[in-house]
Ligand binder design. Structure first.
Ligand SMILES: [Zn+2]
Length: 261
C-alpha cells in the first residue's frame, strides 16, 4: 500500500522505544498503516524510537527506511497512545512505487543532532528545578516547562520577592554551573506509584493517577520528577546553562534559560 485513506481498522498503541531506552537513536518496526492527512503522509508503526512532541519537548525528525522506500519524518505526534509520523517519501511525485506495504519491516533513525539538543534543553529545565531548591526557593512549585530552542523556560507556582530576583538569578546560574561541572548520572525508568513517589521526595503531582506506573527521571541523588521526555546521559553533557531572565507575574515565577549550542 502506498498512500490511501484513513486506516480501515483502528491500530493499537505504539510501543515507545525511547520510554525505556531514551538514548537509542535507531530501532526496527513493522508498518501498521500509511495514509494521507491534510496533504501530508502519515505512517503508523507498532513501535517507534521517534519522540512525539509533548511534555514541553519538540518532536524528533529523521528517516524510516523500508525495502523500496525511504520516508523522511518531519513531525511526530501522539494521540491516545498511537504515534503518527508525518512527512514525505523521498522521491515521491516522480511516479509510482514509492511507499511502504502494511506489515513491512522498516528501520528507523532519528536525527541525532536535533535529539541531542532537545535532550540537553529538557535536562537543563529539570536541572533548574534542582537549582531552585538548592538556592533556598524550595517553596516554588514546578509547573509548566517549555524546552524548545526558541526561548526555553520553566515556570513555578509562587513568587520570588522583587528585591531578591537579581540575586537569585545569579545564584541559580552559579548553582547550575556547579552541578554541571560535578556531573551526575541520569536515570529514567517506570516505577510502581509508591516507589515513584518516594524517588520524587515523597509525593507526586495530583494529575498523576495513583493506579499508574509513572516514568521518573532522576539526576544523581537529587529527587526525581515525573517525565516522559528524553534526557542526557549525564548532566555534565548540558555543558553550560545561562539563566537569561526571571519574571514574576500573577503568582507565577518564570525562569528563562539558554544552553550553549
Ligand atoms: Zn521533563
Amino acid at each position: 500500500m502506498a498512500t490511501e485513506a484513513a486506516p480501515a481498522r483502528p491500530v493499537g498503541p505504539t510501543r515507545l522505544v525511547y520510554f525505556d531506552d531514551m538514548w537509542a537513536l535507531r530501532s526496527a518496526a513493522t508498518v501498521l498503516a500509511v495514509h494521507q492527512e491534510g496533504g501530508r503522509v502519515v505512517v503508523v508503526l507498532d513501535a517507534t524510537v521517534f519522540y512525539p512532541q509533548g511534555g514541553g519537548q519538540p518532536a524528533d525528525t529523521g528517516a524510516i527506511s523500508g525495502a523500496g522506500a525511504k520516508f523522511l519524518v518531519e513531525d511526530v505526534r501522539a494521540k491516545d497512545g498511537v504515534v503518527f509520523h508525518y512527512g514525505r517519501f523521498e522521491g515521491a511525485g516522480e511516479g509510482c512505487g514509492h511507499g511502504f506495504k502494511e506489515g513491512e519491516s522498516v528501520s528507523l533513525e532519528v536525527d541525532a543532532e536535533r535529539r541531542s539538543l532537545n535532550s540537553r534543553l529538557h535536562s537543563a529545565g529539570h536541572l533548574l528545578d534542582i537549582c531552585v531548591s538548592n538556592v533556598g526557593l524550595s517553596y516554588l512549585e514546578p509547573g509548566k516547562g517549555y524546552h524548545f530552542p526558541d526561548g526555553p523556560f520553566v515556570e513555578y507556582k509562587g513568587v520570588i520577592p522583587p528585591d531578591q530576583i537579581q540575586d537569585k538569578q545569579n545564584e541559580l546560574e552559579r548553582e547550575a554551573k556547579r552541578l554541571i561541572s560535578e556531573g551526575a548520572k541520569v536515570l529514567a525508568s517506570v516505577f510502581p506509584y509508591e516507589e515513584a513517589a518516594k524517588l520524587c521526595g515523597g509525593s507526586l503531582p495530583s494529575y498523576i493517577s495513583k493506579d499508574s506506573t509513572p516514568r521518573i527521571v532522576k539526576f544523581g541523588e537529587y529527587p526525581g520528577g515525573a517525565c516522559g521526555g528524553t534526557h542526557v546521559v549525564d548532566i555534565s553533557i548540558i555543558n553550560s546553562l545561562k539563566v537569561t531572565n526571571i519574571r514574576v507575574k500573577k503568582g507565577l515565577t518564570k525562569v528563562s534559560y539558554s544552553i550553549s549550542p
